[in-house]
Design a protein around this ligand. Structure first.
Ligand SMILES: *Cc1c(COP(=O)(O)O)cnc(C)c1O
Length: 475
């Protein structure tokens, strides 16, 4: 069959030059950054796949919207555009804007969680769990077992395991469960979706016990795309209607608009409950700003309103997830161990299998992210033992089943040629994994340590004197 390619549904109107550095420059830069890609300067990065958060390219219409910012302290016109967009696309009754997703998580956690409560979720997310714990709750993972197996081809690895949810309710009692935090296209599982069938069933189960369900809607649009592709009965539905249905089963959401909604900053809390909305409007004033701007400029809210409408356009979401798939297939075809099926916002490489010679205590994913940067200037992110942190009770390191690096694709930013450069660099490292050495953590911040932790590389056993397995080279 003759090949018929598809391409991005836009053309490029403005360019931002990027610079390729030399290997020596990159070796110096990563050492200065303590082998933590979060601590690199962006000017030293060639292709930046650290995150899809706030890194998207805005459209000409969004930029035009920025010029229509109404910077009134109270009651900005742009707040009402945003309220209308959230109502039309997400369906919830009340909107409380926040500066980004974690602002909304903070409000929801403070308002709903009492000390000693259990807060179930389909796998943890770093900031979400942090705010739940800061409010005195403890996170309980209720995701299906397949989510913890990078090789499982389950089409909906984001699903909640209903038995795990039932047994939690039995064990602690519904009154000690303030809500279920239901994440769509589960980030830490590799961008894996929930099925509509599962969303309906888990919401019904929770509501039967009087437990509200709050969606982490950060990537709900991408989840809607997978439902359309994979779930019977949805092929002819629009992304817009699938998104609305997902939300309709739940009681509200926290949202990082820096992902699906195509803006560089912004987020919101949206709820249906009148009394909770009233309390949230009261609390947002303390932490973010007045309830009609929540830490955002008027222009940010206008860009977000336009971005929300663009995010559900079928050609946009096809190209966005299609680019992720292109990179994933190139790696998979060459035998690189990646989380399967290919997810929505990035490619997750199984660092434990990529670097089997590095023990978990030496942070193979952190080491792989640093090595990839040195090889090609591509910046990725660790999503494994460093991100998981320590058990708040025992103080021990948590080593989650998944030890991954994430190559996250900003929306509408890079081309297929950039994807080829990334794939070639990963393949080169995959041919010579023994060149990558483990790391020792030499600085560990107390909160969300992965952002600011510092490391030094271990030298291989053969190169160290004294015959100890491996030693770190402290600066
Ligand atoms: C990014 C993200 C958040 C937090 O949002 P911020 O805008 O970074 O504060 C919460 N949940 C998920 C799933 C995310 O990906």
């Amino acid at each position: 069959m003759k090949r018929r390619s598809w391409a991005e549904p836009y053309k490029i109107k403005m360019v931002e030059p990027i610079r390729m550095t030399s290997r020596e420059e990159r070796e110096r830069a990563i050492a200065e950054a303590g082998y933590n890609t979060f601590l690199l300067r962006s000017q030293d990065v060639y292709i930046d796949l650290l995150t899809d958060s706030g890194t998207s390219a805005m459209s000409d219409r969004q930029w035009a919207g920025m010029m229509r910012g109404d910077e009134a302290y109270a009651g900005s016109r742009n707040y009402y555009s945003l309220e209308a967009a959230v109502h039309e696309h997400y369906g919830y009754k009340h909107l409380i804007p926040t500066h980004q997703g974690r602002g909304a998580e903070h409000l929801l956690s403070q308002l709903c969680i009492n000390p000693g409560d259990s807060v179930p979720g389909n796998m943890y997310f770093t900031t979400t769990r942090h705010h739940q714990e800061a409010a005195g709750g403890s996170f309980v993972d209720v995701i299906v077992n397949e989510a913890h197996d990078p090789a499982s081809e389950h089409p909906f690895k984001g699903n909640v395991d209903l038995d795990k949810m039932r047994s939690l309710i039995e064990r602690v009692g519904a009154e000690r469960i303030p809500y279920l935090s239901l994440e769509t296209n589960v980030n830490m599982a590799g961008g894996q979706p929930c099925s509509m069938e599962n969303i309906r069933a888990v919401c019904a189960l929770c509501h039967e016990h009087g437990i509200p369900v709050y969606l982490d809607a950060t990537r709900a649009v991408e989840n809607a795309w997978f439902i359309k592709q994979r779930e019977a009965g949805f092929a002819d539905r629009t992304i817009k209607s699938i998104l609305l249905e997902i939300c309709s089963h739940t009681d509200g959401c926290t949202m990082s608009a820096k992902k699906d909604s195509l803006v560089n900053i912004g987020g919101f809390l949206a709820v249906n409950d009148d009394a909770l909305a009233e309390r949230a409007r009261n609390l947002v004033v303390v932490y973010e700003g007045l309830h009609t701007y929540g830490g955002l400029a008027g222009r940010d809210m206008e860009a977000m309103a336009i971005g929300i409408a663009e995010s559900v356009q079928e050609d946009h979401i096809r190209a966005r997830i299609g680019q992720v798939e292109y990179l994933g297939l190139r790696l998979m075809d060459a035998g690189v161990p990646i989380v399967r099926p290919i997810g929505g916002h990035g490619i997750f490489i199984d660092a434990a299998r990529f670097l089997p010679h590095i023990p978990r205590e030496r942070f193979p994913a952190q080491a792989l992210a640093a090595a990839l940067y040195v090889d090609s200037g591509v910046r990725s992110m660790e999503r494994g033992g460093v991100s998981a942190g320590r058990d708040p009770e025992t103080g021990e390191n948590i080593f989650p089943s998944l030890e991954l690096i994430r190559l996250t694709l900003p929306r509408r930013v890079y081309t297929q040629a950039h994807m080829d450069v990334v794939a070639e660099s990963v393949l080169d490292l995959h041919e010579h994994p023994e060149q990558v050495q483990g790391l020792e953590m030499v600085h560990e911040p107390e909160h969300l340590r992965f952002f600011q932790a510092r490391f030094v590389p271990m030298v291989p056993a053969s190169a160290s004197c004294g015959g100890i397995a491996a030693q770190s080279v402290r600066p």
